[in-house]
Ligand binder design. Structure first.
Ligand code: ATP
Length: 238
């Protein structure tokens, strides 16, 4: 598989505050990678760097071989990186369908359209004319993922899908992942639910205080290793 993302020693700052320190990170095309770590470890910051929401001038974030570190958020979306953000960020005044259609504005062609997203999450067809924020938390999460898919991304970023949702709902949402992967979309998921992250990913990275504290193949990881990596640094599993 060829490299989709290649990041070498990424630093990120909020003003004078350094949130990420020398992050080395690689992803292959169509791979599923989980990013885990305690609150404040830097997971959302890393996703913001990938999507152009946090400027990282002078750094190198190679996506399909091109440096996107200086690109603006809309250009990055056009190149095929889409995010389902933490907290979902749906538009309350818009219906489910209208929220989904916003993703299509990016203008990328591919297998994902309204019919395909509604087939993936059938409840969204039933609720299509309802204001999106009147849906349950799980259904709103489906809208956020569906909106990202509508842009036909090569790389889908999922930030905290399971946040605030019952385990049975989380399982329902993750049940869509094989279908998303089968179309060739790579998935980078930030997840607090370690068990789910281990189960659905090919590889994992753990962040601790802005550093990579563990990385490797998910099948080789144990909960003990991951727990230790929440507090320790610099371990690698082949
Ligand atoms: P969480 O699970 O709580 O979302 P996280 O791993 O995503 O945590 P980040 O949100 O990336 O962590 O935060 C990393 C560090 O950067 C934290 O110390 C946080 O306080 C800080 N930080 C995040 N956003 C900002 C901001 N806009 N301005 C200043 N500091 C910030």
């Amino acid at each position: 598989m060829s490299a989709l993302l290649n990041i070498d020693s990424l630093d990120a700052f909020y003003g004078d505050f350094q949130a990420l320190f020398g992050i080395d990170f690689q992803m292959a095309e169509a791979e599923t990678v989980a990013l885990v770590g305690a609150n404040g470890a830097g997971k959302s910051t890393f996703l913001k760097c990938l999507t152009g929401l946090l400027p990282v001038p002078g750094q190198r974030i190679l996506y399909k071989g091109r440096n996107i570190a200086k690109a603006r958020a809309f250009e990055i979306a056009r190149q095929g990186i889409a995010m389902s953000p933490e907290g979902r960020r749906l538009f309350p005044s818009l219906s489910v369908r209208e929220n989904l259609m916003l993703g299509a504005n990016v203008g990328r062609k591919g297998q994902w359209n309204l019919d395909a997203v509604q087939a993936l999450f059938p409840i969204l067809e039933e609720k299509r004319d309802i204001p999106a924020t009147l849906l349950s938390g799980g259904q709103q999460q489906m809208v956020a993922i569906g909106r990202a898919l509508m842009s036909n991304p090569a790389l889908l970023l999922l930030d905290e899908v399971s946040l605030g949702l019952a385990p049975v709902i989380v399982r329902d949402i993750y049940a869509a992942l094989p279908r998303i992967r089968s179309g060739g979309t790579a998935v980078l998921l930030v997840e607090q639910d370690i068990g789910m992250a281990m189960q659905v990913s090919d590889r994992m990275y753990c962040l601790q205080e802005g550093h990579v504290s563990l990385s490797g193949t998910s099948a080789d990881m144990t909960r003990e290793m991951i727990s230790a990596a929440y507090f320790g640094r610099e371990k690698e599993v082949s």
